[in-house]
Design a protein around this ligand. Structure first.
Ligand code: ATP
Length: 588
């Protein structure tokens, strides 16, 4: 398939934000796409090469892309950087530069989607000393044969700046229309996506085998299931009102969610955002097979740091010490954990998603044999507010964040934040009602003791409609010296030459970062702001929302992607709820 067809579709999609138009462009594109290419196109549309859980990362830095443009055009890197700074993004700059190309190529090979994809794949797999030079070579060979529009999209994919604003649901709408003639069939595709986490495979199947093929999708070992999430409640009263009758209450432990896939000795661990995190937990890989009494299973647990002597749960940030590539064995002994099981999604070759909570919990207790390392998450059946209060109190005393409240007769809803699971945290009962997970977009150099680090960070919410990161506050408190060191190590490689076009901020930072890292903050209040861009014009014309007295909680949320950060909608709800909470509190 000619890459020009895809570049042309990308170009049209970039020019609109309207969901209906985007869907229409996608339908037209899918109708022109051969079966064997459709999965590749679906990944590329999302700026990926493979589903997230396979961990294939493009990771090309801007500087390297500038070198490749220079090699292919014969124009010096300084001039390319100037063009880049002048406006647009590097993809756009490349198209302008290539128009003025001084070198001519004689042997022009066709640019097909397959060729671009294969080359990007090779680039992603390159490692080692010479990999940078090889990347430049591969990129420039593509640019040599590309026209300016194609070149601009090749670079955007490589740099991760292709922003078509296409949500997964829009892709599924378009697939349903293109291959079944009816948008309502998205439901069937959605189910397949929720159990497989692989939209490319869903697309390939529906294009080859139609809806019947997709209907046969089931849970498969070593292919993560999209996690079920919980809605938030602010009080015991609200939880009883929403769940009614008798329901289960579990401790909400403050660790890392781990989806454990196991068959015999083979164990693979996936995070909440479905990345393979097996290398951080060699202890789970080694010890869990002894506790699991089934031929194969998919289990969900919260891995929590513990004090080895007292068994007490420790806060989430203790787990951060395991986020390292080397000397992980040392971290395992220094920062011990327990694995606290709360669900079972697959057992002895069969899916458990359709079973009720009650049946799954029974199966879980049959499948996992408890020992001092593998535990069941503490659970009790509750029937009224005072039961919830009592268990909440116990859970907080044990070092947990609060409670998860679950309907006992409901199935596991993969990939959805529904009303069958609720979460109740103590901190929801403070004035603001919750902590926020914000994206780090900019940094300000520290002074005095903080020289050599970013003393203050500029943070943003996620604007779901526009697919942008909108500034909401600067935060300079709550950081220990160790936090500042760690954040500097993480953030320094994310510094960009120019502000990423997805960042909306009037405030100027000393340095801009790729919007990737998510950290947790608390604040005393949300106020209207003439400077910050979060929820601009939504509450009042000409004003955005800002956090008052924000403070870092110590949690770097490595398990969250930037678009899992708190959204403007959530912030508006918290803003509107501020006064109401005062009232609710008097009822608690
Ligand atoms: P939060 O910011 O509160 O962690 P989240 O957006 O990551 O929320 P939620 O569905 O809102 O996800 O909260 C559920 C999270 O709480 C899970 O992802 C899991 O890591 C953790 N957790 C702790 N204890 C439990 C439990 N008993 N059952 C389910 N999840 C639990």
């Amino acid at each position: 398939m000619d890459f020009a067809v895809l570049a042309d579709a990308f170009d049209r999609m970039e020019s609109t934000k309207k969901r209906l138009e985007l869907t229409q462009y996608l339908v037209e594109l899918f109708e022109k796409t051969p079966q064997k290419v459709i999965s590749k196109i679906v990944y590329l549309l999302q700026g990926k090469l493979r589903p997230d859980f396979e961990g294939v990362e493009l990771g090309v830095a801007e500087k390297l892309a500038v070198r490749a443009i220079s090699k292919s055009s014969g124009i010096p890197t300084g001039k390319i950087e100037d063009e880049y700074k002048r406006g647009g993004d590097l993809g756009h700059a490349a198209s302008v530069i290539l128009e003025q190309k001084t070198q001519t190529t004689f042997l022009v090979e066709d640019i097909t989607v397959e060729r671009v994809y294969e080359t990007l794949f090779k680039i992603a797999k390159l490692e080692g000393a010479r990999s940078q030079d090889m990347k430049v070579k591969y990129i420039s060979s593509l640019l040599n044969d590309a026209n300016p529009l194609e070149a601009s999209f090749i670079l955007k994919i490589l740099l991760g700046t292709l922003r078509l604003g296409i949500a997964e649901n829009t892709v599924m709408d378009a697939l349903a229309i293109a291959f079944s003639g009816n948008k309502d069939n998205r439901r069937i595709l959605e189910h397949a996506y929720n159990v497989s986490s692989d939209l490319g495979r869903v697309a390939e199947t529906v294009s080859e085998k139609g809806l019947e093929g997709v209907e046969r999708f089931g849970v498969v070992l070593f292919n993560p299931v999209r996690p079920m999430l919980a809605d938030r409640v602010k009080s015991q009263k609200e939880s009883v009102e929403r769940l009614g009758g008798i329901f289960a209450a579990e401790y909400k432990l403050d660790g890392e969610r781990v989806q454990i896939h196991i068959r015999g000795e083979k164990v693979v661990l996936y995070s909440r955002s479905l990345e393979d995190i097996s290398s951080y937990y060699p202890d789970i890989i080694e010890r869990i097979p002894k506790a699991v009494q089934a031929e194969n299973a998919i289990l969900e647990a919260e891995a929590v740091a513990v004090n080895e002597n007292t068994g007490e749960f420790l806060p989430f940030q203790e787990l951060m010490h395991r986020r390292r590539k080397y000397k992980i064995e040392k971290a395992v002994t220094q920062y011990p954990i327990t694995v606290n099981f709360f669900d079972i999604l697959f057992c002895n070759g069969k899916s458990c998603l359709e079973l009720s909570y009650e049946e799954r919990r029974k199966k879980l207790e049959k499948t996992v044999k408890e020992d001092e390392y593998a535990r069941y998450i503490p659970m009790t059946i509750v029937k009224d507010e005072s039961d919830v209060e009592e268990f909440l109190e116990n859970s907080i005393n044990a070092g947990s964040e609060g409670l998860m409240l679950k309907m006992t007769d409901k199935p596991y809803q993969a990939g959805s934040r529904g009303s069958y699971w609720l979460k109740l945290k103590r901190e929801y009962q403070n004035e603001l009602g919750d902590s926020l997970d914000l994206v780090v977009i900019g940094g300000f150099f520290g002074k005095g003791r903080r020289t050599g680090s970013y003393g203050t960070l500029l943070l943003a919410t996620y604007d779901e409609d526009a697919d942008l990161f909108t500034s909401i506050c600067k935060v300079g408190t709550g950081f220990s010296d160790e936090d500042l060191d760690q954040l500097y190590q993480i953030l320094q490689p994310k510094v960009t030459i120019k502000k990423n076009p997805r960042i909306e901020s009037e405030m100027e930072a000393d340095v801009w970062f790729e919007p990737e890292l998510v950290i947790e903050v608390v604040a005393s209040e949300i106020t209207l702001s003439p400077i910050h861009k979060a929820a601009m014009d939504k509450v009042r014309k000409g004003a955005g929302l800002a956090l008052r007295f924000p403070k870092f909680t110590g949690k770097i949320r490595t398990e969250k992607m930037a678009d899992d950060a708190s959204t403007n909608e959530e912030v508006i709800t918290l803003y509107r709820g501020q006064k109401k909470v005062a009232h609710d509190k008097s009822l608690v």
